[in-house]
Design a protein around this ligand. Structure first.
Ligand code: ZN
Length: 413
């Protein structure tokens, strides 16, 4: 399988301008002794929203690599794809994230269930994972529930994988995502999900489960840190175990979606991946757009007026902008600032409300989440493109700095 490396960073870039600045962050990491493979990811949903084409992402990545003389692997991730939309992505991607969320909870046929049960015969009552202090005991009902939730989805994923494999001659990375669902997957569920991938012979390289707690867009993790640490560590041990038990790819690792800005769990992930010598893929996208709009809002009156107008429109179009992300937003409308308040407070204050600085008393996570979704509004404006160019240098600095200082350093270093 293609070498994604132990650590990799998904650097989505909504407007396709920051490829170089993002790659700079990877080069800074390299200078400090940490190899992180860059992956430019963009979902079909984002392409639709900003009106870009799948090949734009590859063009951007290639250009960034060329201009910085980057020597190393890099990938272009067709993020959250399925069979209906895959064709456009095949020639321009070498990383595919198959989203099975829509198939979770649909039931496989009785015959497939029986065959799968034979495949996992020795794990039907309990699963004993080395390193996990309590063995996972499983009742028949619980196992049935897991099968009814995931087996059909695994079957679907295998169809997408086979299609990619048939139509793609060069090597590619295969990710399967289950993050955009209502309920988190427990480590024991993850075990059976991965067993199902092995059963259908899917050589998965990265798996994006839904973890306990909230992974809201662009803001910190919300949830019980000890519970997260326990689950994350057990997931790592499950991955290790299934590689040996079912012969899944040696480089199989976890992928964290909505991975940006999760400052309170980065030290936990860092400690545990080092402890278990595990790999990790961290997927980000919106955090780069937030840097763009933050610099624009902060640096000049024209940018401030523009950011205010984006926010004003986002308030009016609240439902349209937020409805695609029910599982990853937590916006309390009553805590959103009024446009007139922001206007009167001025640009320094607005920037304080928007910038993700947990020590800043004016920081407002509700405002930040809505602005995260407001890229759709910015995409409709020609002014935005003009401002992105006008303030190019400070924007690039902010993008690099955000990915390196606030993400790579904390997670991987
Ligand atoms: Zn995702």
């Amino acid at each position: 399988m293609a070498g994604l490396g132990t650590y990799s960073l998904g650097t989505g870039d909504r407007f396709g301008k920051e490829g170089k600045a993002q790659l700079m962050a990877v080069l800074k990491a390299r200078e400090s002794g940490v190899e992180v493979t860059p992956v430019w990811n963009k979902s079909h949903r984002e392409h639709k929203t900003v009106g870009s084409k799948p090949h734009f992402v590859k063009d951007e990545a290639d250009a960034a690599v060329k201009s910085l003389n980057y020597s190393g692997k890099y990938f272009v991730d067709a993020d959250h794809i399925n069979l209906n939309i895959i064709d456009e992505y095949l020639p321009v991607s070498n990383f595919f994230t198959i989203d099975v969320a829509d198939y979770i909870g649909k039931s496989a046929t009785g015959k497939e269930k029986d065959e799968f049960l034979k495949f996992i015969a020795k794990f039907q009552k309990e699963v004993n994972i080395p390193g996990v202090s309590n063995k996972f005991e499983i009742s028949e009902t619980a196992l049935n529930k897991i099968l009814n939730t995931f087996l059909f989805a695994a079957n679907k994923a295998s169809k997408v994988y086979k299609y990619i494999n048939k139509n793609k001659s060069e090597e590619f990375v295969l990710e399967i995502s289950m993050d955009e669902v209502e309920n988190p997957q427990t480590p024991v569920a993850l075990f059976f999900v991965l067993a199902a991938f092995a059963f259908y012979e899917i050589p998965v390289n990265t798996i994006a489960p839904k973890f306990t707690g909230r992974f809201n867009k662009g803001i910190d993790y919300e949830g019980d840190l000890d519970k997260f640490a326990k689950e994350f560590e057990e997931d790592l041990l499950v991955l290790d175990f299934v590689k040996k038990e079912f012969g899944l790819p040696r480089n199989l690792k976890l992928s964290i979606h909505s991975g940006s800005d999760k400052f309170s769990i980065y030290p936990i992930m860092n400690r545990l991946i080092k402890k278990h010598k595990a790999g990790l893929h961290l997927k980000t996208a919106g955090t780069t757009w937030l840097e763009e709009i933050n610099v624009i809002a902060e640096i000049g009156e024209d940018g401030f007026e523009f950011a205010l107008s984006i926010y004003e429109k986002a308030l009016v179009r609240f439902d349209e902008l937020t409805s695609p992300y029910p599982e990853v937003l937590d916006i309390d409308i009553s805590k959103l600032p009024k446009v007139i308040e922001l206007k009167n407070a001025g640009r320094a204050k607005m920037s304080k409300a928007l910038r993700h600085n947990l020590e800043e008393k004016d920081y407002n996570p509700h405002f930040r989440q809505l602005m995260h979704c407001a890229y759709k509004v910015a995409a409709e404006s020609e002014d935005f493109v003009r401002l992105l160019d006008k303030y190019r240098k400070p924007i690039e600095e902010a993008v690099t700095n955000n990915l390196y200082q606030k993400h790579i350093k904390l997670v991987f270093q």
